[in-house]
Design a binder for this molecule. Structure first.
Ligand SMILES: [Zn+2]
Length: 519
């Protein structure tokens, strides 16, 4: 049977893109960043790794319609079966194809509930791409009026920024797809009206940020949605149906799963830190921590490479000095709060790449409202080599000791400039220090005369407390301090920040190979 016999409805009978938007999108106020844990598959043998392979759309609600009138679902099913076979052949014996019959929101919930119930380690949703209906151009194919759009071509990957691991998996997958000769589509960029108009999480790899896709939001595991190719493109529709193209995708997905679950320098929870480094929480658990680059609330607006856990890592010497500062502040019923500590060199490289993308200014309104992005390096806010990578530099502020909980960050709320007065900028729980953290603005100069008298005196308190135990302040940023007598003055480190090992004696559950889930 020819594939297109599966669906011969007129292009006007369905509105695929509108349907996609209405049924995949769920609006929600807050996007919470889940505490980052190393991916669960890293500690498992391949046959134990549960992979949920989701076939996008359903047989009765087919998604996009191809240039020749075939429903997307048929493409998704064929490709997902091919990917499953490749994964099974590579030893991933716990790979399960998920075919859904329910349409609409209940169908989407069913997908995530199944994946969660089977304790999947990885969720991959297989799709093929279209464009917004009004950009389709008419043509006649086998006597039928069809719609096409030949200007969009290539794969794309979609992830929710809630899980740093999802972005990690997507990055590896994109690299594998490109190594196989494929390219990614720019159709979904914010400035391109034909696509989803969503920001990049990684513009060098075709990875887009999706806050509201149900299958990415509600899955409790690293989750990636792959648009394998553009089926409203008349050439690409034929290409994606070829065994050769499907083989490239299947091999790339399989290689990506292998690499993701067994990275060469496997950054797994509890990996020992290099000699001389400690987790601050092990030295002084009373110091508050909100490691901004591990989440969304930072000037790039996404988890930064190398930050796989919300943990402050420092040299032991710096951590012990900080603990002394903390003891002194405790007498005043105050506490330190750290925002960044040791910074992997790979994170600094990511800042450099980000700074070269002039159009990625989503976070400008909060973090550098008055500064031109192109000047962030020249002005000294960013550097090609950061003192933080030496392990004895810390960004921090002061909060009341009895501060109960830190306010959550809502990435969908309208941004508040970090230069705003206390009460008008983001409420970070600190005593008034004149600006928010990482405020790339002259107001953040430690000696700025343009902040309130209270903020000036609080900055002086922070500076004197830190200097009292061997830290040097930085004139451009009131929050940045470097230990003067640091143990690694010449070295730059690049190990990733991973979760701490569970405390000794904690009951670590041995995971057995799962029974096949009921689908
Ligand atoms: Zn700093």
């Amino acid at each position: 049977m020819r594939l297109h016999a599966l669906h011969r409805g007129s292009i006007h009978a369905v509105a695929p893109f509108a349907w996609l938007l209405m049924s995949l999108v769920v609006f929600s106020l807050a996007v919470e960043v889940r505490p980052a844990l190393a991916a669960s598959c890293t500690s498992k043998a391949p046959e134990q790794i549960v992979i949920a392979l989701d076939v996008g759309h359903t047989a009765t609600n087919v998604g996009a319609t191809s240039a020749r009138g075939i429903g997307e679902y048929a493409f998704n099913l064929k490709l997902a079966q091919r990917v499953r076979d490749e994964l099974l052949g590579a030893g991933f014996r716990s790979t399960f194809l998920m075919v859904t019959e329910l349409n609409g929101h209940s169908g989407l919930s069913q997908r995530t509930e199944r994946a969660n119930r089977m304790n999947a380690d990885i969720f991959i949703s297989i799709h093929h791409d279209g464009v917004r209906d009004k950009y389709l151009k008419p043509w006649l194919y086998e006597g039928e009026q069809r719609g096409f759009f030949d200007d969009s071509t290539g794969f794309s990957l979609h992830v929710s920024p809630r899980y740093p691991e999802s972005l990690g998996l997507a990055r590896i997958m994109a690299d594998q797809l490109m190594a196989g000769g494929l390219h990614f589509t720019t159709t979904h960029e914010p400035n391109n009206p034909v696509g989803a108009r969503v920001p990049y999480l990684d513009s060098t790899r075709g990875i887009y940020r999706r806050d509201n896709l149900v299958v990415l939001r509600h899955t409790n595991m690293p989750a990636v949605l792959l648009e394998a190719g553009v089926i409203v493109n008349r050439d690409e529709e034929l290409l994606v149906s070829t065994p050769a193209y499907q083989a490239i995708i299947a091999a790339a997905v399989t290689e990506a799963v292998k690499k993701f679950c067994k990275p060469p320098d496997a950054p797994v929870a509890g990996t020992k830190l290099p000699s001389g480094f400690v987790y601050l929480a092990d030295i002084d658990p009373t110091i508050r921590q909100d490691i901004r680059y591990a989440g969304l609330h930072n000037f790039v607006g996404r988890p930064v490479e190398g930050y796989l856990a919300n943990e402050c890592v420092l040299t032991e010497r710096a951590a012990r000095a900080l603990s002394q500062v903390q003891a002194e502040l405790a007498a005043k019923k105050l506490s330190l709060i750290v925002w960044d500590c040791y910074r992997p060199a790979r994170a600094v490289r990511e800042f450099l790449l980000w700074s070269r993308l002039p159009r990625d200014i989503r976070m400008k309104a909060e973090f550098f409202p008055n500064t031109n992005k192109a000047e962030l390096f020249a002005l000294g806010y960013l550097a090609a080599r950061s003192a933080h990578s030496r392990g004895s530099t810390v960004d921090l502020g002061i909060v009341p000791a009895d501060l109960s909980a830190l306010a959550g960050y809502d990435s969908t709320a309208s941004p508040k400039p970090c230069t705003g007065a206390k009460g008008q900028r983001f409420e970070d729980g600190t005593i008034d220090l004149g600006t928010g953290y990482d405020c790339l603005d002259p107001l953040a100069r430690t000696g700025s005369p343009n902040v309130t008298a209270e903020a000036r005196s609080n900055r002086t308190l922070l500076q004197q407390s830190m200097q009292g135990f061997g830290f040097k302040p930085y004139s451009r940023e009131w929050w940045h301090f470097e230990l003067a007598d640091e143990p690694f003055p010449q070295q730059s480190f690049d190990f990733p920040i991973v979760a701490r090992a569970p405390p000794p004696g904690a009951n670590v559950k041995q995971e057995a190979a799962p029974a096949p889930p009921k689908l």
